[in-house]
Design a protein around this ligand. Structure first.
Ligand code: NDP
Length: 254
């Protein structure tokens, strides 16, 4: 029997990459999962089918986290799947975007890209958390997926770093506001993880090798590495751990 048997979870951006690994990991521990995605219906459907084979139910909902109407429909789907509130044990704010190869520098990055990153990476988790709090059961968990970029300055990524810094503030505010209910909130800050998210930089010759060399643990992160850290925070044993920035980076920022 898994450690999340009888629990429910909402994961944003669960169709691919880190989010999909989180969905698989929570479901493997027995949690029922609703996850959102933005556009890739095929990937979402494939993940639901994969999890069903293991005998656990998952529901995929197309919902852009920067759109409050879409968030309302995401939570309507949660209520339909999990029953009347309070009905949620775990929220993972994972959906996020980077510059995807566009110019994101302070010098010449576009206002449009800046606003999009702030909308998806900061406003989205704010709105999702606001809607989730009344649904979270006492003793629940909120895990935000930030970035090492929120801590370490990286060139040409000012808007992304600012959006992930905002997520750190949301983490502290959520931990403070929800603490009396036994709800914890922590942020996991990954270093580079091999997903589509960093496909543009990985296309540069030597990027993977350079990242491995710069990482004390000698390799690039994999989605499962981050999902394992999420699971650690969702376990009952982590009930007193709140308001932290936890790096899951193989030590790259040391
Ligand atoms: P991917 O690009 O591989 O996957 C992103 C996921 O988020 C997809 O499921 C995508 O849905 C969904 N998504 C994107 N935008 C939205 C939106 N507006 N509304 C709802 N869902 C959305 O990214 P990763 O898995 O690599 O990244 C996940 C998180 O980890 C992000 O917050 C990112 O900032 C963070 N991170 C990633 C690092 C890395 O190196 N990969 C490093 C540090 C942090 P769809 O498939 O429909 O597009």
């Amino acid at each position: 029997m898994g450690c999340l048997e009888g629990k429910t979870a909402l994961v944003t951006g669960g169709s691919r990459g880190i989010g999909a690994a989180v969905v698989r990991t929570l479901a493997a521990q027995g949690a029922r999962v609703v996850f959102s995605f933005r556009g890739a219906q095929d990937a979402a459907d494939a993940l639901v089918a994969e999890i069903a084979v293991a005998g656990v139910s998952a529901v995929a909902v197309r919902a852009d986290v920067s759109d409050s109407a879409a968030i309302a429909s995401l939570f309507a789907a949660c209520d339909a799947a999990f029953g009347p509130a309070p009905n949620l044990d775990i929220l993972v704010n994972n959906a996020g975007i980077g510059s995807d190869g566009q110019d994101a520098s302070l010098r010449s990055g576009s206002e449009e890209l800046f606003e999009r990153m702030m909308a998806v990476n900061a406003k989205g988790p704010y709105l999702v958390t606001q809607a989730a709090l009344p649904r979270l059961r006492d003793g629940g968990r909120v895990v935000n997926i930030g970035s090492i970029s929120g801590k370490v300055s990286q060139p040409f990524a000012a808007g992304y770093a600012m959006s992930k810094r905002a997520l750190q503030s949301l983490t502290f505010s959520t931990a403070t506001e929800a603490g009396r209910r036994g709800i914890t909130c922590n942020l996991i800050a990954p270093g580079a993880v091999a997903t589509d998210f960093i496909a543009a930089v990985r296309a540069r010759p030597g990027f993977d090798e350079g990242t491995a060399r710069a990482t004390p643990m000698g390799r690039m992160g994999q989605p499962d590495d981050i999902a394992g850290a999420v699971l650690m925070l969702c376990r009952e044993e982590a009930r007193w751990v709140t308001g932290n920035i936890i790096e899951a980076s193989g030590g790259v920022a040391l």
